[in-house]
Design a protein around this ligand. Structure first.
Ligand SMILES: [Zn+2]
Ligand SMILES: [Zn+2]
Length: 105
C-alpha cells in the first residue's frame, strides 16, 4: 500500500506511516509508531484500527492532548480518593451516625 522505497529500513524509530519523521507516538492498540496526529488518523483509516485501548474513553484525535490525559488521570485519582474516604468513614464511624451527617444531595 504505502511502501516507501526511500525508507531506510535501518531506522526503526521512524514513523511507520509516512516513514519520513522520527516517531513520537505509539498506537495504543497495535503499537504502530507514528509521528503526528495526521499519521495516526491515516493509519487508523488504512488499517481500520480504532487506535484506542479497549475500555478507553473515545477522544477525537484533534482534541486529545496531554492535558486531557492529565485531567483524566486527576479525575480518576480524585474519584479514588473520595471512595477511599467514604469507605474509611463508614468503617470507623457508626454507620447510622455517618448517614445522619451526610449532606443532602
Ligand atoms: Zn508520520
Ligand atoms: Zn493502530
Amino acid at each position: 500500500m504505502t511502501t516507501d522505497p526511500e525508507n531506510p529500513a535501518k531506522n526503526a524509530s521512524n514513523c511507520e506511516v509516512c516513514h519520513l519523521t522520527r516517531s513520537r507516538y505509539r498506537c495504543p492498540r497495535c503499537s504502530l509508531r507514528t509521528c503526528s496526529a495526521a499519521c495516526v488518523t491515516r493509519h487508523k483509516r488504512d488499517r481500520g484500527c480504532s487506535g484506542v485501548r479497549d475500555r478507553a474513553r473515545y477522544v477525537p484525535l484533534g482534541a486529545f492532548t496531554e492535558l486531557d490525559l492529565l485531567s483524566d488521570y486527576r479525575l480518576l485519582e480524585e474519584a479514588g480518593r473520595q471512595v477511599e474516604l467514604a469507605a474509611r468513614e463508614g468503617a470507623l464511624d457508626d454507620p447510622a451516625r455517618v448517614k445522619r451527617q451526610q449532606l443532602p444531595r
